[in-house]
Design a protein around this ligand. Sequence first.
Ligand code: GLU
Length: 282
Amino acid sequence: MRTRFAPSPTGPLHLGHAFSALVADDLAQAVGGTFLLRIEDIDQSRARPEWEAQIYDDLRWLGLDWPEPVMRQSDRMDAYGQALDHLWAAGLLYPCACTRRDIAEALSAPQEGAPAFGPDGPIYPGTCRPVTAPGGPRPRDAVLRLNMSAALAHLGASDWSFTETGINAGPTRVASDHLLTHVGDVVLARRGMGTSYHLSVVVDDADQGITQVVRGVDLAEATAFHIVLQDLLGLPRPVYHHHCLIRDAKGKRLAKRDDARAIALYRAEGRTPADIRRMVGL
Ligand code: GLU
């Protein structure tokens, strides 16, 4: 078994991150597997070297170790470019010029009804979706969306199943209708970034040989899309382990800005790694 923890170096690790990393490591250690680390720093406008250094420090303090070199997404633009080229050549991507506001306005038109939300916010209304696939070379600094309906036709399946452990343990089925209505034409390349969270995570999990992805249940909708992306790119499918989210006293999910729950502050207060395990229920 190969598991991973994949934080973005955009703020301090908090209890929720510690929980995810510890669950991934526990699962691997229980069967003599391997726990790996990946730094998800494609958003160079937000990633900071000091946060990355703090991640290494906090994880080592928690007793975690990773026997292989850390994978850093900012070093992997060629791999993402190849995946995008593959999808572009298959006619499954198109450039999109819509702003967030354009999308909100298109969705507020009365005939559209209430907008559904997917793993990237409101489901794209299809304003820029071409009738026939764009030809020519792939545009470099453009927003590229996946044409979901073309992608589903390309794969020719009406549903997908994958295996889950964790809080949704069992076989999970995803229907193509659900992908059209609840995921839609997801952005796979962002302007100024050359990739997106969804594309990078799927390519990287395959290249790191991850067999079990451990992540919060808030990403379950993204997982439903990631299995389709794996099929489009010919990548193996890991088992998915969604875990519950660590919440604050008011029941709100912890976020990066919740510095009050930063591992670094618990450390400074003299708490131990065993205290952290207890706090997250492990
Ligand atoms: N960087 C993502 C996060 O911190 C990775 C999660 C995942 O894809 O499993 O939420």
